[in-house]
Design a protein around this ligand. Structure first.
Ligand code: TYD
Ligand code: MG
Length: 452
């Protein structure tokens, strides 16, 4: 063995220092520098003896043979969509998300459905615990092997006997390798284990999915370099108190990052939600004031969501404004526009805004629906059934065009809406549509049309 070398690493950003200092000079965090043992020499690959060392030669682009890109179908339509059509052989995918959001459930569920041989490595739960979870999820495949192990060398040993078509590691923070002596979850362990797994994936053409913990500010725990090392970074998010979960891709070397998958957490695992608009809009036959439907686009998918507002007389001096799933600053801005342009005295009113389903939206195209919901609650007049909105509102009260309006209109039409409010300046590519397109240019026009 080579002699032991140590170095100091910032646990927040991964910067290396020759000696201990109180504040990281890179990310400015205090008390994050920790000494770690690094032994760079004597390191073996996951199976150095078998793979001959070959140096790559440069090739002209025209000389590179392109085999048809094979992708491993994960059966889960939402997961496939986010990946850009399935798992690419030899790729590393990192799935991050808050504790308890359903990362393990999602991956186990995929592992249990697939007809391929899968090795599910868990460093967090015992085989029994995983069995209990598997029993809830049901479709039990004969090809899914569960291994509870945290040492990479032992994992690779099992991999060479089982020869799986897919390896799932839950989670990268629990792994440790023999070649580094610091504790599991530390920056250098994570980096080293990830490097070993990447080598394994690339050399054996086996896709690997890693689960990553996230820190309290929502980034994946460990070095930022982890995100650079892997091919795809997915994020599983949602409000734990609600049933809907959103799977986003933050980075994807093999596809678009604009795609998004939606799941519903049920007693028997996660259900793919193929038609999200239908579940996000409540099926209420009564006319209720204070609700409006917005046609938004999340990623590449058009989505119809329900916005609820409650306007009531303020009890205390300063009126309360609170928004769930919508930017509070933007709400204040829209209220100021209403006050100035539409003559509503909202200054003495409490305004509460809620986007149903626990999802949060930052698409400006829901502005008009937010305003309509507020106006409807304020006047206690329900907005007619079958109306939806897709427009941004500017500071002058002007109704502004939004992106991908055609997609929004088509989605609204598909869901049986009869009228959609859009900006007069929005270019609409659709030749004909079965839905009435109401073009408006000012917020005053909308008020007149909706509430007479
Ligand atoms: P889990 O996959 O353990 O989360 P993570 O790995 O991201 O920490 O998810 C656990 C939560 O999901 C837990 O609160 C219970 C819930 N759950 C269900 O509602 N239904 C199910 O079928 C399963 C397996 C879990
Ligand atoms: Mg888990």
């Amino acid at each position: 063995m080579a002699k032991t070398k140590t170095a100091f690493f910032c646990q927040n950003c991964g910067t290396q220092f020759p000696k201990w200092i109180g504040q990281c000079s890179s990310c400015k965090e205090w008390n994050t520098i920790v000494e770690e043992v690094v032994q760079k020499e004597d390191k073996k690959s996951w199976k150095t003896d078998k793979v001959a060392k070959q140096a790559n030669k440069p090739l002209r682009v025209s000389e590179i043979t392109q085999e048809k890109e094979l992708r491993l179908d994960t059966i889960d339509q939402e997961f496939n969509r986010v990946l850009g059509g399935g798992l690419v052989p030899g790729s590393l995918t990192l799935l991050g998300g808050e504790p308890g959001i359903g990362k393990s459930t999602l991956l186990l569920q995929i592992a249990l459905k697939l007809p391929y041989k899968i090795l599910y490595v868990s460093g967090e739960e015992s085989q029994r615990q995983i069995k209990m979870r598997a029993d809830r999820i049901q479709p039990n495949s004969e090809n899914c092997y569960i291994l509870t192990e945290t040492k990479t060398q032992n994992i690779f040993q099992q991999v060479s006997t089982i020869e799986p078509d897919l390896v799932v590691i839950d989670s990268i923070q629990t792994l440790h390798t023999d070649y580094i002596e610091s504790a599991a979850g530390s920056i250098s362990q994570i980096r080293e284990c990830a490097a070993e797994l990447i080598k394994f994936a690339k050399e054996s053409h086996t896709p690997v999915i890693l689960v990553g913990h996230i820190t309290k500010d929502g980034t994946i725990a460990g070095p930022k370099i982890l995100e650079h090392m892997v091919d795809t970074v997915l994020q599983f998010e949602g409000d734990r108190n609600y049933v809907y979960r959103i799977l986003r891709s933050l980075k994807n070397r093999f596809g678009s990052t604009a795609e998004l998958g939606i799941y519903e957490m049920q007693g028997s695992g996660l259900r793919e939600v193929n038609n999200p608009s239908e579940v996000l809009i409540s099926k209420n036959d009564e006319d209720l004031s204070g609700t409006a439907i917005a046609a938004t686009v999340e990623g590449m998918r058009p989505l119809l969501i329900e916005i609820q507002a409650l306007v009531s007389t303020a009890v205390y001096g300063t009126p309360q404004r609170s928004a769930t799933g919508f930017n509070a600053k933007r709400l204040n801005m829209l209220l100021a526009v209403l006050e100035k342009r539409a003559g509503f005295k909202l200054g003495a009113k409490d305004v509460f805004l809620n986007i149903t389903g626990g999802i949060s939206v930052d698409d400006p195209a829901i502005d008009l629906a937010v305003m309509a919901a507020i106006l409807s609650s304020n006047s206690d007049i329900a907005i007619e059934k079958g109306i939806c909105f897709a427009a941004e509102v500017g500071l002058a009260g002007e109704i502004r065009p939004v992106q991908r309006v055609d997609q929004r209109i088509l989605e609204a039409e598909k869901l049986g809406f009869s009228k959609i409010f859009v900006s007069k300046n929005n270019k609409i590519g659709l030749k004909q549509s079965g839905i009435q397109i109401q073009k408006v240019s000012k917020i005053e026009d909308v008020v007149a049309l909706l509430f007479g």
